[in-house]
Write a protein that binds this ligand. Structure first.
Ligand SMILES: [Fe+2]
Length: 451
């Protein structure tokens, strides 16, 4: 690297891209990156001619007039109009979009599922997506869908983008590579990836079979939650979000691009790879985040705060404080509250809560909520600790206790979630989940005293 002559003998860092190889740190930064030297125009977006014969193109993730606007300028081998041709409708029967209300399915209830088993059939990111719930309406860009993915095969000469949604990916088994227009993101369990609406990518299996959870966000993009009195530190820190550096392929191979658009899937045939962005700059990009860097804040004297204290990312709905989606993380932490019932309390909630277990054991449900499994506590339906959790937490000696070997999450939405036919009839639903509260006793007999 050529450095300017420095009369003070400063020593400059040589890494131009931050602390994690292949990635740039920061949340929503205005990044710039080039895979070939001089490919990125400086000082302007649209020079009369771009270096290397590249085409300049803007990808807008918000309306032009949004504040702040989110957009990325791409300098690519071919403009995107060359990456789509006439479309042909295809069917991906397990990937559903809202509104998807099956009249034969009862969504009213408390539900829990074991991990959906891997299939003998080779499944890709597209064919292995299994929708569990939908909420809102994809056509009006409100709400979300939750999915389990089962992926055992890489996409080959096949590419995908969702015009409907931003995809939040939570791996539970295996390692995946998202080879995107803007660079490469590799993820494994305890990491997440966020793929913005409209971004073209191919998904490869690095270590399989792969299983995980997806929250498909139809609405406004995820952002960091307001920290309020917590202040500038803890929770998810911006530097721990990583956007990829530019990477491109110049490959002339017959390929397909599949588009999810208003809940339908269409394929188009092209003669080359669309992952041809040599350089880019902007604030609309995919990113990953290591959940182990999440710094939880909690009760340090008494009581149990609302789970919102563990929010990693929030997707606003337009009504302040009422998210389209909150992504909430329950990870290892110390429990120290005195004279307190420490697990999550019994409650009913206007928001509907879908939880997934990445690994270990969850404190409100020591049994039954297994890694890879999910639970749904829908709008205004009561839930809370089972009898064993209640009795254990009510009678234990309350010293400082490390909640270890645990990582679960919640996709919480302001909209009721509707079960798909797959969730109700094919996924391993635990029919006896509702019975976990059956043994809870009436202790009240009219006489005072702790029972
Ligand atoms: Fe809850």
């Amino acid at each position: 690297m050529n450095r300017p002559t420095d009369p003070h003998n400063f020593v400059q860092a040589t890494t131009a891209t931050g602390t994690t190889e292949g990635y740039m740190p920061g949340f929503g930064n205005d990044f710039e990156t080039e895979a070939l030297p001089g490919a990125l125009p400086q000082g302007m977006n649209s020079p009369q001619k771009c270096n290397y014969g590249l085409y300049g193109e803007q990808l807008s993730g918000t309306a032009f007039t949004a504040n702040p606007p989110e957009r990325t300028w791409c300098y690519r081998i071919r403009p995107s109009v060359k990456h789509s041709h006439r479309y042909e409708k295809i069917d991906l029967p397990y990937w559903k979009s809202a509104p998807c209300v099956d009249p034969d399915v009862i969504s009213l209830g408390q539900y829990r599922w074991d991990a959906v088993p891997h299939s003998d059939e080779g499944l890709t990111w597209m064919t292995g997506m299994r929708t569990m719930t939908t909420a809102g309406d994809v056509n009006t860009q409100v709400g979300m869908a939750t999915h389990i993915y089962l992926v055992s095969e890489s996409m080959e000469d096949a590419y995908f983008f969702s015009a409907d949604s931003e995809m939040l990916v939570v791996p539970q088994e295996g390692r995946l590579r998202f080879a995107t227009e803007l660079g490469i993101i590799d993820v494994q369990p305890q990491e997440i990836a966020i793929l913005p609406r409209g971004l073209v990518y191919r998904v490869e299996v690095l270590e399989g079979p792969c299983r995980g959870f997806v929250c498909e966000n139809y609405g406004q993009k995820y952002e960091l939650p307001g920290r309020g009195p917590i202040g500038a530190n803890c929770m998810a820190n911006p530097r721990d979000f990583k956007a990829p550096i530019a990477a491109f392929e110049d490959r002339e191979t017959p390929s397909t691009v599949t588009v999810k658009w208003c809940g339908q899937f269409h394929t188009t045939k092209i003669g080359h790879s669309p992952l041809d962005v040599v350089a880019w700059h902007g604030n609309y990009a995919p990113y990953k985040y290591d959940l182990r860097t999440y710094c939880p804040v909690g009760a340090i004297l008494f009581d149990h705060p609302d789970p919102s204290i563990f929010t990693v990312l929030t997707a606003p709905s337009g009504q302040p404080g009422t998210a389209n989606i909150d992504f909430v993380l329950f990870r290892e932490r110390w429990m120290v509250a005195e004279n307190t019932f420490r697990p999550p309390w019994y409650h009913k909630n206007i928001m509907s809560e879908l939880m997934g277990n990445i690994y270990g054991q969850y404190d409100a449900k020591p049994q039954g909520f297994v890694p890879g499994g999910m639970s749904l506590h829908n709008m205004m339906l009561p839930h809370g600790p089972d009898k064993n959790a209640f009795e254990g937490a009510s009678n234990s000696n309350l010293g400082p206790e490390k909640l270890d070997n645990t990582m679960s999450f919640m996709f919480e939405t302001r909209f009721p979630q509707h079960l798909t036919g797959f969730a109700a009839n094919e996924a391993p639903l635990q029919d006896d989940y509702i019975d976990c509260w059956e043994d809870i006793e009436k202790k009240f007999d009219g006489t005072p005293g702790m029972k």
